[in-house]
Design a protein around this ligand. Sequence first.
Ligand code: AMP
Ligand code: ZN
Length: 473
Amino acid sequence: MKLYNSLSRSIEDFIPYHEKTVKLYTCGPTVYNYAHIGNLRTYIHEDILEKTLRHLGYDVKRVMNITDVGHLESDADDGEDKMLKGALRENKTVWQVAEYYTEAFFADCKKLNIQKPEIIAKATDYIPQYIDFIKALEEKGYTYFANGNVYFDIAKFPKYTALSKMNLEELRIAHRDDVEEDLHKKNPQDFVLWFTKSKFENQAMKWESPWGVGYPGWHIECSVISLTNLGEQLDIHCGGVDHIPVHHTNEIAQTESFTGKDWTKYWWHAEFLIEKDGKMSKSSGEFLTVSLLEKKQFSPLSYRYFVLNSHYRKQLSFSFDSLEMAQTAYEKLRRRSASLIAAYDATLPLQSLSEPAKGLMARFDDCLADDLNTANAITVLYDVLKSDVSDSEKARLIAAMDTVLSLDLLVPVDEVSSDVHEDEVAWIEEQIALRAEAKKSRDFATADRIRDAFKEKGIVITDTAEGTKWTKN
Ligand code: AMP
Ligand code: ZN
């Protein structure tokens, strides 16, 4: 398998430290609000990474943290506390906010067929371990205490720019994020390991520590949770590209200073989903969540299909028009594959398939092994449907491919998540009424457009004496 490594900035042969069970760490959500579909794009691709590794024969031990403390608005320790902001907005405690949005996150993941990682670790469950870790760094001389906070001194870690490849001035700009700089730092890139003198008097989450009552900095959770659950050397560490200059850079500095060893072998980063104006935000414009997509009649799996048609290392522009196209294509694909269900035999060994069928499977595997080229892998899926292999072989191949793609291709079409189905029924009935009105007022262009839209979705309508009837193929 070949995988792009952000550390070397090149595509490398994947040779993990741990050949049998790959150790995989993925930065999790900050649970102060719903995840937007940009965040979920990253998690969909991480899900593909994990499932591809398993499909290609590796075991995987995967850990994901849940950030429920310490993440300030700027990744570089400035701005407001995200959890506190969520609590004030909703008139809840930070603990309630964390619990509510953690559940909401996994509910969204479920709808998108993103498998829950084997180990989920809440940042607030590791406080004693952070304290031990900071004490060890302190003993080794990597920290200093100023203005009531414990800082990591980046001057002590010469490889600080290895991942970002930015010089310190570029990093200073990347870290600043338009918020006030902390003048107590020796270096603008130094970062807080433990806050006691918080700017936020009403900080609700605090714990005793050797440096006073306070709470951990954001970056420390990923280092410590990873070290605790996966040991001193990690095969792959994942996150969005925004994490390169600050969060992951700081994670490396503190972890390698602590262990004295190289830490992560492959740094994996997903590019952003962007809107027309070039970014995606939880505060401005329409807040794009899975629920919003559903409200607008899109099934979550159409979004997954949309995402998988792009490469994880390329930015992806989101618009409802492109999602609409993806949904139409996805529904067609589902109907075509679901028509093979009767021919599906789960016990048919892949090794017993015909040579052409094996060839298709090998091409699919090659696409994934080529730095997770999901768009090409989907093309092979269409080639299976077009091929001359038997229906039973087609079904077997699609089932195997869907263990990675997770698009519910062999689930009967009527078993689509029931609330989406209800929404769709409501939409169909509304369109039928609009069409009847259009016909009455002799607006045949509109009536035809509605009929065509039905056709696209596999809905067949028949005008009868009792009114218009519909069925879905
Ligand atoms: P957060 O909850 O803000 O910590 O972000 C969760 C994950 O989503 C992180 O891995 C981020 O790097 C990633 N992320 C944030 N914004 C986007 C975006 N617009 N597109 C894709 N991934 C994103
Ligand atoms: Zn992290």
